[in-house]
Design a protein around this ligand. Sequence first.
Ligand code: ADP
Ligand code: 5GP
Length: 195
Amino acid sequence: MYRKNEGADSEHRMKTGKLFVLSGPSGVGKGTLREHALNNAPNLKYSISCTTRKPREGETDGVEYRFISHTKFQEYISQGLFLEYAHVHEDYYGTLKSDVMSELEAGHDVLLEIDVQGALKVKEIMPEAVLIFVAPPSVEVLTQRLTGRGTESSSSLEVRLSNALKEIALKDKYDYVIVNDDLDSACEELKKIIL
Ligand code: ADP
Ligand code: 5GP
């Protein structure tokens, strides 16, 4: 027995995209690598997270993040809108289910740039997701990069650097680890994984 029009159906069935999850300590270069990947993988879409963090100078609502209030974030949690969310450093961050699913169903690959707690939750829900950890060549270099970026207050720097060690300790749970020492090599490695 066969289903009527089975051939035509499968011919027109859309291939769903792949989900890639990028994590790593603050200042390691995730944002830099992400930009490169998005410019070099035409089928790759970035999922813009929601956060309760205040925008940094130069950040725009709806571009880097959807900057929302704590009240709104709680509403989204109650409504079950998040694929995952977590308290990271000093704020809440979350990925909207609808954003990710609609892009995957449209056949696009999707990139999430989220913390380790979020990445492991995604892997539980969607085991086919590819987890990529970006590690620094050393803690000293990480400190220089994060300080050099000049975006964090001294208390925020302290929290981010102390969390870095906890995040690095979980890197073996990832499918791939990229050491971001030479930027061009790290970009190439990420591109290879995605393509
Ligand atoms: P993250 O998104 O992980 O917090 P960023 O992408 O903002 O990190 O990078 C932090 C800083 O380090 C930025 O100033 C960026 O230009 C710089 N950076 C990123 N990768 C490298 C690298 N391989 N070598 C030197 N500097 C880098
Ligand atoms: P930043 O404040 O530097 O932009 O991001 C801080 C941390 O939050 C980074 O580790 C980043 O990957 C993580 N993050 C950003 N968006 C999300 C998200 O939607 N979910 C989770 N769990 N973490 C996120």
